[in-house]
Design a protein around this ligand. Structure first.
Ligand SMILES: *Cc1c(COP(=O)(O)O)cnc(C)c1O
Length: 397
């Protein structure tokens, strides 16, 4: 039974179907997920590196030309593997944008690294390469660019600094599946890269991730670290006659059940991407007038990068406007969400930060808003959300 107050609320999305609420995300099942899971289960091998894991590795290596791929239980785990692989030692410095997910940073903090936070660009949340060289010291070991919203960072700038100072580059490509920089796939440019298949990403397996190795010198050790520090992978291939403890490691490989789910998604990657891009374009067209009127900033993809339609975000002029817009849309049962909180100001890191101001990171912390975005979002819903945002700014004096 609904209360009077609830009945008085506008119910605009009712004619559009059975949505009570337009959520921020809704995981999409492409069709074969449960059939492949059944196949994995009945095959009798459901631990890691089974038939579906191998199919996924082959898919990525063939489609994007990645030198070597290893599925992991999450992108977080792939980043932790990367930190172990490049031998991060206590006191080593790693440069990471402050406007990112905690996992990008935790992976290196767990190895004892000193984190040096970089600011975002003023026009896009990606790492600002202009200020990067000044952050490099004799102790710097790595740069970790995060391709925000699946849009490439300035990889030429980052790779040339890395070459000049002999640093590793680890791409946090969690959001960057099927996206490119000057024609090269993201995840294929740095020495190592980490992808995510968390249910909020374009291609999903619930939880899941992948390490991409672009420098073959890491191949052998990566297999060992992923298998609890043992050479079990070599043993399975018959390359050694017993396996043992040869290095540090952990259990980073997912069950083949997870890979079965993921493979069903990969078979539909083009269809999923086409639909997501159409949704993205629709938002962009409908919201354009707000940018023309100077009310909001819409995402700009640099000409060197592609847009993989991971998310649609807007940037308001201040936090008050964003708070009011969130409340306004929530009133209409639409759930937009803001994103990262500058990590250099986080409770854990605040006291460890070197005191530099990172104004662009703070701007995105306060003003960036992500709109509902998922495969099954209809054009009618995109239009409704856009019209409501237009109405919000029309009514706001
Ligand atoms: C989602 C995400 C992660 C973490 O991915 P998990 O698979 O959930 O561990 C890391 N970095 C970025 C930028 C992300 O968007």
């Amino acid at each position: 039974m609904s209360t009077e107050a609830e009945q008085a609320k506008p119910r605009i999305q009712e004619p559009l179907g059975d949505w009570i609420t337009i959520p921020f995300n809704k995981p999409y099942l492409s069709g074969q997920e449960t059939a492949y899971i059944t196949q994995a289960v009945t095959s009798g091998k459901i631990s890691g590196d089974g038939q579906f894991t191998k199919k996924c590795h082959k898919y990525f290596e063939a489609r994007y030309g990645f030198q070597k791929c290893l599925l992991t239980t999450s992108c977080t785990d792939a980043l932790e593997m990367a930190a172990i692989l490049i031998n991060i030692q206590p006191g080593d410095e790693v440069i990471i944008p402050s406007f990112t997910f905690v996992s990008t940073v935790n992976a290196f903090v767990l190895r004892g690294a000193k984190i040096v936070f970089a600011d975002s660009q003023s026009g896009f949340p990606n790492m600002d390469v202009t200020g990067l060289e000044a952050l490099i010291t004799a102790r710097t070991r790595a740069i970790v660019p995060v391709h925000y919203a699946g849009v490439a960072c300035d990889m030429d700038g980052i790779m040339s600094l890395a070459a000049k100072y002999d640093l590793y580059v680890i791409e946090d490509a969690a959001q960057a599946i099927d996206s490119f920089y000057k024609g090269r796939p993201l995840g294929g440019i740095g020495h190592l890269a980490a992808f995510s298949f968390h249910e909020t990403k374009n291609i999903i397996s619930g939880e899941g991730g992948m390490l991409v190795i672009n420098d073959p010198k890491f191949n052998e050790r990566a297999e060992i670290i992923r298998e609890k520090g043992t050479n079990r992978s070599k043993f399975y291939r018959g390359e050694v006659d017993k396996y043992g403890w040869v290095d540090i490691g952990s259990s980073f490989l997912p069950s083949d059940i997870i890979a079965a789910f993921l493979y069903a998604q990969l078979e539909n990657l083009d269809r999923i991407q086409d639909k997501r891009k159409a949704i993205w374009e629709r938002y962009d067209q409908r919201l354009k007038p707000l940018e023309t009127d100077g009310k909001m900033i819409l995402p700009k993809v640099s000409p060197d990068a592609t847009n993989n339609a991971h998310m649609y975000f807007v940037v308001t002029s201040d936090i008050e406007t964003r708070t009011a817009l969130i409340a306004y849309l929530k009133e209409q049962n639409i759930l937009p969400v803001f994103h990262y909180l500058s990590l250099h100001k986080s409770p854990y890191f605040e006291g460890k930060h070197d005191g530099r101001d990172l104004p662009n990171s703070d701007k995105y912390t306060e003003c960036l808003l992500r709109l509902p975005f998922f495969y099954e979002l209809t054009f009618e819903q995109v239009d409704l959300i856009s019209d409501l945002i237009l109405a919000f700014f029309r009514d706001r004096k």
